[in-house]
Design a protein around this ligand. Structure first.
Ligand SMILES: [Zn+2]
Length: 281
C-alpha cells in the first residue's frame, strides 16, 4: 500500500512516527501551517515557523524516506488576533517557494467578521500565486461553517477543482461534492471520523475527489490512520486499486495542481543548514 497523507503536522511528531509511517507505506506528506496551541504574538514567529516547514521538516522527513511538502497561510483561529494580521503581508513571499503546494489551512474557526476577511484575502492570494487552497471547516457548527465556506469559495472566483474542503463528515460531504470541490476527511482515534464511518461514506459517495488524512498533531491522534482506512476499505470489499485512488492518486492529483509536487524517492542529505538529526553530527 502506498500512502500520501495530505494533512499531517509532522513538526509535532517524533522520529518514531516517521519510522512507523514509512513501514506502513507512507511515502509523501503535506504539512499544513496551523495554530500551535500557544497563541503567537507577532508575524516574526510565523516566519520562523514557515521557514521550518520549508527547511528543517522536509530535511527530517527525508531521513526516513518520506517526501514532505507544506501549505502556508494564516490559520483561521489566529485570524482573530490583530497581532497576527501582518502575516498576510508575509504570504506572497512564502507562496512563491518550491515546497509550498497550496494556500492553507484557511477557513473558519468561530465564523467571525475577522475570519471572513482573512479567508477571502487568502483565497485571492491563492489565485494570484496560481495555487490550490486547502480549507479547514470548523469543529463546532460544522454544517453552517461548511456552507458558508463554499459561499466564500464561490465568491472568490477560485475554481472549485482547485479547492479542498477538509474535516468533512456525513453531514457536510454532499454539499461539498455537489459544489465540485475535493473532499477531505480527517480520521481521528476518538472524535470526528473513524475508519468504519469513512468506509460507509466511500460506499455511498465513491472514491472520486476523496482524500483521507490523519491530521495528526500534538493532540491525541494517530499518524497511521491512513493505513487503517486502507485496510478497512479492503476488508469491506474495495479493490487495491480503489485504495490506491484514495490514498495516493487523489492527493497527488489535488496537490499536483501546484506544479510543485516532487515525489522522487527522498534522498537524505547529511546536513540541513549545517544541522543534522544525528547527535554529535
Ligand atoms: Zn490541521
Amino acid at each position: 500500500m502506498r500512502i500520501f497523507d495530505p494533512h499531517i503536522h509532522m513538526s509535532s511528531r517524533t522520529t518514531d512516527d516517521y519510522e512507523r509511517m514509512y513501514e506502513a507505506g507512507v511515502r509523501a506528506v503535506v504539512e499544513p501551517a496551523f495554530w500551535l496551541g500557544q497563541p503567537r504574538t507577532s508575524p516574526d514567529t510565523f516566519a520562523d515557523y514557515f521557514d521550518s516547514l520549508l527547511g528543517w521538516e522536509p530535511y527530517r522527513a527525508s531521513q526516513f524516506g518520506i517526501r514532505h511538502h507544506c501549505t502556508i497561510a494564516l490559520n483561521p483561529k489566529e485570524a482573530n488576533d490583530p497581532r497576527c494580521r501582518g502575516v498576510l503581508d508575509l504570504l506572497p513571499r512564502y507562496l512563491a517557494k518550491d515546497g509550498v503546494v497550496a494556500v492553507g489551512e484557511v477557513g473558519y474557526d468561530s465564523m467571525t467578521p475577522e475570519e471572513d476577511e482573512v479567508f477571502a484575502a487568502q483565497l485571492a492570494l491563492a489565485i494570484e500565486a496560481d495555487l490550490p487552497a486547502m480549507v479547514h471547516t470548523p469543529h463546532r457548527d460544522k454544517a453552517t461553517g461548511t456552507r458558508r465556506s463554499l459561499d466564500v469559495v464561490r465568491e472568490s472566483g477560485l475554481a472549485s477543482e482547485r479547492v479542498l474542503i477538509d474535516h468533512l463528515n456525513e453531514l457536510t460531504v454532499a454539499m461539498v461534492k455537489e459544489a465540485g470541490c475535493w473532499m477531505g476527511f480527517s480520521v481521528y482515534p476518538d472524535t470526528k471520523m473513524d475508519e468504519d464511518r469513512m468506509v460507509t461514506i466511500l460506499k455511498e459517495y465513491g472514491t472520486e475527489r476523496v482524500l483521507v488524512n490523519s491530521a495528526a498533531d500534538w493532540g491525541r491522534s494517530d499518524p497511521l490512520k491512513t493505513r487503517k482506512v486502507g485496510e478497512a476499505m479492503l476488508k469491506a470489499g474495495f479493490t487495491a486499486e480503489d485504495v490506491d485512488t484514495v490514498l495516493w492518486d487523489n492527493p497527488v492529483a489535488f496537490y499536483g495542481q501546484s506544479g510543485r509536487l516532487d515525489l522522487a524517492e527522498a534522498d537524505p542529505a547529511e546536513f540541513y543548514a549545517g544541522n543534522t538529526i544525528k547527535r554529535g553530527g
